[in-house]
Design a protein around this ligand. Structure first.
Ligand code: J2J
Length: 562
């Protein structure tokens, strides 16, 4: 039976009664309270400069929440968070959860253009950034973001800085009890502000946080890889995200003895909740935050902290294999290495387990919801050639001819389930990303084995997946079209042995081709993340078109792939 909940300012969301049994009446603020009561003295979070017990994490999250409240933030307010892996990420995240405010998960690689978009699309009232990233000054970037939003007449967020705040609000001051810090820009009402956005019908308060948000409320906004333009915002509620975490805990075999190393950005769905940071904390385990993704740093931390679980993208695996050749003993405590975010080549999957002395778990997930895992005791053949099975028995998977709902042996994967979104945040209605009956079109080309394992064979969406970092081709194409002399532009993914995809910029251009370096500099100047720069440039006298006049990417791919 399906039931529809009306949304005053959104299209109705439909959900299935069958899902209710999977959902718990919890919020992340209440969860942290319970964890702290159960394991007060255990180590929750470690980074090179901090070591917090569950009790300390809980108490400090209260201070952070109070600090945000003094700035004028309230339940339902969106806050763009762009922080490196560290205890401060966890503190900021739980502080916002306590308040019922909603973190919008930016990635560390994002730059002015992406952050401005995330702030605008979410109507963010604050931005939490680090002072700098290497030589790059994120405070200056935040100021440019604010100026841009101001010019467009949009909400100008307050800027909170972890590290040296400059003329902004210091995260350390925010946490200190005492008189309220002065916001640099006054808190402004946000047009269209909605205190609650019920995604799942769990309305009873969490008993451990009775004054907090409802479990069905919006808890966080993740970002989509993007297929048709800029990244879209993915609404996740406390309830559905809690389920996401629990399914991951079960699949990855986490328990009180778990020590999870966060190598990939903590704001990435995989790292945070599959089962990741939240999973480890939820069972009384410890989270170790790697300040950089290098194998050298990771191996040091593994040895020092006795890491049992971690998660990598396929692009990182060869580097770990190199390091493991020299320091195999460093990995003695590691039990499970999850790999996901892009297709892991079968051959790498085969060699990685023995070389790392750990069980490899393939994870095929998406910020939109569905996460598949190979089981820890799956036969090696399945672990090395498939991307696992869905985490929940009520995940409904359909394989269809792309763009249709006609069943196919191999085709586009559609999914519907108790932790998969039904609409993007403020998304268009109707939205071609969903079928009429609520299935999300993943844009991934898959086939399924008789036992239910999913094999990802390709992609029907026009997206580049550069070692797990994704972007819509059109996002870069739009910038390339603004270049003088460019008559037509296409970004085409071709196979790359190390990164999964290499992006080729195909240009119809008057005069000599711009170099890869020139394009990278140009896109950087436009405020784009570095991973969106193409790896090759290819000039053509004219762009091949399909019968309906679109750029024929298949023809281009055939032309570019020997
Ligand atoms: C092939 N493609 C994969 C895999 C993701 C866990 C793990 C990853 C993500 C993630 C995530 C893949 N093999 N093993 O959110 O919880 C590609 C698919 C998919 C898209 C989603 C998680 N694992 N992919 O990568 O939202 O194309 O999530 O649709 O960033 O990554 O990207 P994203």
């Amino acid at each position: 039976m399906t039931q529809t909940i009306g949304q005053p300012d959104r299209t109705a969301l439909t959900f299935d009664q069958a899902y209710v049994k999977h959902w718990r009446n919890v919020t992340f603020g209440g969860e942290l309270r319970r964890w702290a009561r159960r394991w007060p003295g255990r180590t929750a979070v470690v980074d090179p400069g901090a070591r917090l017990t569950f009790h300390q994490l809980d108490a400090q999250a209260d201070l952070v929440a109070a600090g945000f409240a003094r700035l004028g933030l309230a339940r339902g307010d969106r806050v763009v968070v762009q922080l490196p892996n560290g205890a401060d990420f966890v503190l900021a995240w739980f502080g916002l959860q306590r308040l019922g405010a909603v973190p919008v998960h930016a990635m560390p690689a994002h730059r002015r253009d992406e952050i401005t978009h995330l702030a605008a699309a979410s109507g963010a009232r604050a931005l939490v950034v680090a002072d700098r990233q290497g030589r790059f000054d994120l405070r200056a970037m935040a100021e440019e973001v604010c100026a841009d939003l101001r010019t467009r007449g949009l909400t100008e967020p307050m800027v909170v800085v972890v590290g040296e705040p400059g003329r902004h609000i210091g995260f350390t001051d925010l946490r200190a009890a005492g008189p309220p810090p002065q916001p640099v820009s006054p808190a402004q009402p946000v047009p269209g502000h909605r205190p609650t956005l019920r995604l799942v019908p769990v309305e009873r308060a969490d008993p451990d946080d009775p004054a907090g948000p409802a479990p069905g409320d919006l808890a966080l906004l993740l970002i989509s890889g993007g297929t048709t333009g800029r990244p879209k915002l993915i609404p996740r509620s406390h309830t559905d995200y809690d389920l996401n975490v629990r399914l991951g805990v079960r699949a990855a075999g986490m328990d009180e003895s778990t020590v999870y190393l966060a190598v990939l950005p903590a704001g990435f769905n995989f790292t945070l909740a599959c089962p990741g940071v939240l999973g480890a904390l939820s069972v009384g385990g410890t989270v170790v935050m790697a300040p950089d993704p290098s194998p050298a740093t990771a191996f040091d931390l593994i040895e020092a902290e006795g890491v049992t679980h971690t998660a990598l993208t396929p692009a990182l695996v060869p580097h770990w294999l190199d390091e493991a050749r020299f320091r195999p003993q460093a990995l003695a405590t590691v039990r499970v290495v999850q790999v996901g975010g892009a297709r892991l080549p079968d051959e790498t999957a085969r060699t990685a387990g023995p070389a790392l002395g750990a069980t490899i778990q393939q994870v095929y997930g998406m910020a939109e919801g569905l996460v598949c895992y190979t089981a820890l005791d799956d036969p090696i053949e399945l672990v090395t050639t498939t991307q696992g099975r869905p985490g929940c028995p009520d995940d409904e998977l359909l394989v269809v001819r792309p763009g249709t709902t006609e069943p196919a042996q191999q085709g586009e994967l559609l999914v519907r389930g108790p932790y998969t979104l039904r609409a993007y945040y403020n998304g268009p209605q109707p939205d071609s990303s969903f079928t009429a009956d609520g299935f999300y079109r993943t844009g991934d080309e898959v086939r399924r084995l008789p036992g239910g394992h999913v094999v990802v064979v390709g992609r029907v969406k026009d997206q580049i997946n550069r070692g797990g970092e994704k972007y819509a081709a059109v996002e870069v194409e739009e910038h390339l079209l603004q270049l003088p002399g460019v008559g037509a532009a296409a970004i085409v993914a071709v196979p790359d042995p190390d990164w999964g995809d290499a992006a080729v910029a195909v240009l119809v251009h008057d005069g000599p081709a711009p170099t890869v370096r020139a394009l990278a500099a140009y896109l950087r100047g436009r405020g784009l993340a570095a991973y969106k720069a193409p790896q090759r440039v290819h000039l053509l006298p004219r762009m091949p078109l399909t019968a309906v006049g679109k750029v024929d990417k298949q023809a281009l791919r055939a032309l570019l792939t020997p």
